[in-house]
Design a binder for this molecule. Structure first.
Ligand SMILES: C[S@@+](CC[C@H](N)C(=O)[O-])C[C@H]1O[C@@H](n2cnc3c(N)ncnc32)[C@H](O)[C@@H]1O
Length: 211
């Protein structure tokens, strides 16, 4: 779902400016890594930062660090003494990520773990106020199932890319990532003990509240 370019330009011109460190991180991600379009960017990053500031969480969990853009945004809303744990499967970005956590002044608030989120999360001895699901689209249900019991009552789960470029409308799609997102959206629709809403920002962000 692409927003009209002129409207997007207007919207960004009338939102707080992108932090220079994040601007640089965004640019370097595009120069150095494959699939740079996975990075959050200005609009989504500001929204995540605002959501985090509004919740003011003590513990955040992120699945899918990539180059660290969203982690930095979430970390800005942490309560004093709070912590963000972010999990990334691919260890190639690790030096890059840490250098930007330092430049953004949030390295002391972030623990970055390498591996499969589904394997790591069951061993985490924390209860989270906020969880961000942004890993492999085929695995969203697996992430949800391991994470839900580690979310405090009244806590939130955010899931990115729930439109998957609009492909969720194609009921006959055979694409595994589209099928993964469709199955996740369907599962959430039928879940008990939660409330949810989809924000039509960028590629669709699902907000879930554990009741
Ligand atoms: C869309 S990117 C994350 C973007 C990042 N959150 C941001 O907004 O800038 C998805 C990342 O999830 C990672 N990933 C995929 N499967 C994973 C898994 N099972 N556990 C942890 N990370 C995974 C990928 O390697 C990729 O870097």
């Amino acid at each position: 779902m692409t927003m009209d370019k002129k409207l997007e330009k207007y919207l960004l011109e009338h939102s707080s400016r992108e932090d220079p460190v994040l601007e640089d991180l965004y640019r370097q991600t595009h120069i150095r890594f494959v699939n740079p379009n996975m990075v959050s960017g200005h609009l989504q990053g500001k929204l995540l930062e605002f959501i985090s500031m509004m919740i003011n969480p003590k513990m955040i969990l992120e699945i899918g660090t990539f180059t660290g853009y969203s982690a930095i945004c979430f970390a800005r809303g942490l309560k004093r003494g709070g912590r963000l744990i972010t999990i990334e499967l691919n260890d190639e970005m690790s030096g890059f990520i840490h250098s930007y956590f330092r430049k953004a002044g949030v390295d002391s608030k972030i623990t970055q773990l390498t591996g499969r989120a589904q394997d790591i999360i069951p061993g985490l001895d924390h209860i989270f106020d906020l969880v961000y699901i942004d890993g492999d689209k085929r695995e969203y249900i697996e992430y949800y199932n391991v994470v839900i019991e580690k979310v405090k009552p009244g806590g939130f789960i955010l899931a990115d890319n729930v439109f998957w470029g609009g492909q969720v409308l194609d009921k006959n799609s055979k694409d595994p990532q589209t099928r993964g997102i469709m199955a996740f959206n369907e599962m959430i629709r039928k879940q008990k003990g939660i409330k949810n809403v989809i924000l039509p920002v960028r590629d669709g962000i699902m907000l879930i509240r554990k009741t």
